[in-house]
Design a protein around this ligand. Structure first.
Ligand SMILES: Cc1cc2nc3c(=O)[nH]c(=O)nc-3n(C[C@H](O)[C@H](O)[C@H](O)COP(=O)(O)OP(=O)(O)OC[C@H]3O[C@@H](n4cnc5c(N)ncnc54)[C@H](O)[C@@H]3O)c2cc1C
Length: 372
């Protein structure tokens, strides 16, 4: 097939883009050097709500809110097209504190969020334990976010890839792209395994590995890997009714009944192995938030590499001076949440129409300006 668009990377971002483009009638080829959803996407917790604070740029809050909204229709659409249930479930979030000093911070955070029009409740410790009886009884207070949802991220990527394939896309696993083909100021395709494939448009959705294209594009792509570790616990006790988070991490029950505890935020390069210290921290945190987890058995531990950026915002758009290429990377801690809107925005860019939300804040050229 001679594609209209090549997508490099089949995480949540690449597969969402591939699905939107295939749905719009474009011939899409997706290459991933590993498996669909096999990196950060498969490692992630799959919570799909942004928790903005004073420092969050409004454009980013809008991106998160719109993407969260898109999930309802997307989950139904993927189920209908592929028969795959992406585990889209309400998982109202209780953000708790066990610390008196932190209570004041939570009150201030809530006041700001209410001011922004968000819906966030306040529960004292007893009320929090009332709604989630498994909570540590020493919880002092909690913020309650009713409209919080989750998905199973690897299944999301697989369902998006399947839906794209059903629409004619080709998704190749174990296919590592070695090089971008360029002609003047255009990217005209890719080289992999001694072959070249030409295409009018190429999308870089290679997550934490995106900086590899900086030299070819003569553009800084300052995306770096930020490791997050996770453990899965198995317990016969009733599943948690809420996702429970704190300033140290979170616990939630997934659609398959497992309870996951996350996470760490570590800058250790391209090392996606869980460590003794990381797992020990999570195994302490879980029972601290939900005491009965002390009796749970450990079923798995893993880590993934989030694509972090200097300003914590994604890179979404064309690199300065280049045609035929779009960057869609750097989604850091929110790439699952932001997958649906990223797919739609890339479609807007390729269709040369005004993006449905402002994306200037995510312009990949912003780092070039700073470097100058
Ligand atoms: C522990 C943890 C918990 C998280 N929890 C959440 C959460 O609750 N909610 C949320 O929204 N986000 C969460 N995240 C963040 C989220 O997982 C990421 O932002 C998201 O997965 C990024 O998706 P991606 O497609 O850009 O990257 P990835 O999923 O890493 O995909 C990139 C793909 O590119 C491929 N690739 C790289 N180079 C090449 C090449 N040269 N040729 C071919 N293929 C290549 C890789 O094999 C990989 O499959 C979490 C992350 C971690 C680690």
């Amino acid at each position: 097939m001679s594609p209209d668009v090549i997508v490099i990377g089949a995480g949540a971002i690449g597969t969402s883009i591939a699905y939107q483009l295939a749905k719009a009638g474009l011939k899409v080829m997706v290459f991933d050097r590993g498996r669909v959803g096999g990196e950060a996407t498969g490692a992630s917790a799959g919570m799909i709500q942004l928790n903005p604070d004073r420092g969050t740029p409004p454009a980013y809050s809008s991106l998160g809110a719109e993407s969260a909204r898109l999930f309802t229709a997307l989950a139904a659409e993927l189920l209908e097209r592929t028969g795959i249930d992406i585990g889209y479930r309400r998982a109202s979030l209780l953000h708790v504190t066990l610390d008196e000093a932190e209570e004041a911070q939570l009150r201030a955070h809530r006041a700001w969020q209410l001011d922004q029009g968000m819906s966030v409740g306040w529960l004292d410790g007893a009320a929090a334990v009332d709604v989630e009886p498994a909570l540590n009884p020493n919880v002092r207070a909690a913020l309650l976010y009713q409209d919080h949802y989750q998905v199973v991220p690897r299944v999301l990527a697989q369902a998006l890839a399947r839906a794209a394939t059903d629409l004619g896309a080709v998704v190749l696993e174990g296919a590592s792209v070695d090089r971008l083909l360029t002609q003047g100021d255009r990217v005209v395709g890719v080289a992999l395994g001694g072959e070249t494939i030409r295409s009018p448009e190429t999308i870089v959705a290679t997550g934490a590995w995106a900086s590899a294209w900086s030299d070819a594009l003569r553009t800084p792509i300052p995306v770096r890997p930020v490791r997050g570790q996770m453990v899965a616990l198995s317990t016969t006790a009733t599943p948690l009714h809420h996702a429970v988070s704190s300033s140290d991490g979170y616990v939630l029950t997934k659609a398959d009944g497992s309870t996951i505890v996350g996470t760490t935020v570590e800058e250790v390069g391209f090392d996606a192995r869980p460590t003794a210290a990381g797992i020990a921290r999570l195994l302490t945190l879980g029972p601290r938030l939900v005491p009965r987890l002390a009796d749970a058995t450990v079923s798995a531990a893993w880590a993934g590499l989030r694509p972090g950026t200097p300003d914590r915002l994604p890179l979404l758009g064309r690199p300065p001076g280049w045609g035929g290429i779009v960057l869609a990377t750097g989604h850091f801690r929110e790439g699952i949440l932001l997958a649906p809107i990223t797919g739609e925005l890339v479609l807007d860019l390729l269709a040369r129409r005004r993006p449905r939300l402002p994306i200037e804040a995510f312009d990949p050229g912003r780092f070039l300006v700073r470097a100058a």
